[in-house]
Design a binder for this molecule. Structure first.
Ligand SMILES: [Zn+2]
Length: 232
């Protein structure tokens, strides 16, 4: 199943968007660990700014974010414990040939709708940054947050407005410019609940609740995303 996440710059979208996000973080807010593999060679300063912006967007949805930067060989290292609360983003230069020309990324979702792997298309973010004139880091960060949204919200997670809108048009770009392209409160609540469930599963797997991880779940096949659906 394919969904398009594109930007059209001439269209002006009128919308009755209510207040977004703005959640205050507490120690009870769930943590998401995001491992980033920078295969596209994004400049370090821009990637850092992108992570900061994505983190700000996710913070507004009540999520703590911990970033890990991995090299390509580390991304395929199967030695680590499987961690349902850890997401894996790979920034690559461009989309795969079979995808639409305007896609910004692709998320891999399993049959139950959960996802942990996404590819971000750097050239698309770079082109959007050039076309609308905003910061490259902020643009890439918003794209990263959108794909993380797919991984945490599951199937059919595009929305008529906000950061999970499939097509970013005038309203979305204006919000992006002022740091107001965010998740809705309903999306934030769903992501928090989903993360709590994942983190609870991790505790069980790691033996923190008195159990031991099943042998088959000790290793993570990082090179082969467990996916049957993709979302752009
Ligand atoms: Zn999307």
């Amino acid at each position: 199943m394919l969904r398009m996440c594109t930007a059209f710059f001439l269209a002006v979208v009128s919308s009755a968007i209510s207040a977004f996000g703005g959640a205050n973080l507490t120690t009870n807010n769930p943590q998401v660990i995001v491992s980033v593999t920078n295969d596209a060679g994004v400049p370090v300063a821009e990637l850092h700014r992108a992570e900061l912006n994505a983190e700000t967007i996710l913070h507004s949805a009540g999520l703590h974010v911990s970033w890990e930067t991995r090299r390509a060989h580390e991304a395929s290292d199967p030695s680590a414990y499987d961690n349902p609360g850890e997401l894996f983003l790979r920034i690559i230069a461009g989309p795969i040939p079979s995808m639409g020309s305007s896609a910004f990324g692709i998320s891999f979702l399993s049959t139950d709708g959960s996802g942990r792997y996404a590819d971000i298309f750097y050239r698309r973010a770079l082109q959007l940054h050039k076309d609308w004139g905003g910061s490259l880091g902020d643009t890439l960060g918003a794209v990263i947050a959108h794909e993380i949204g797919h991984l945490l919200l599951g199937s059919n997670s595009h929305a008529p407005f906000g950061i999970m809108r499939a097509h970013w048009e005038g309203e979305e770009l204006r919000r992006l410019a002022r740091g107001a392209l965010l998740f809705t409160p309903e999306q934030a609540a769903r992501m928090q609940l989903g993360l709590r469930n994942r983190n609870a599963a991790r505790k069980i797997m790691m033996g923190e609740l008195g159990g031991t991880p099943p042998p088959g779940q000790r290793q993570l096949p990082r090179t082969q995303p467990r996916a049957t659906s993709v979302f752009e």
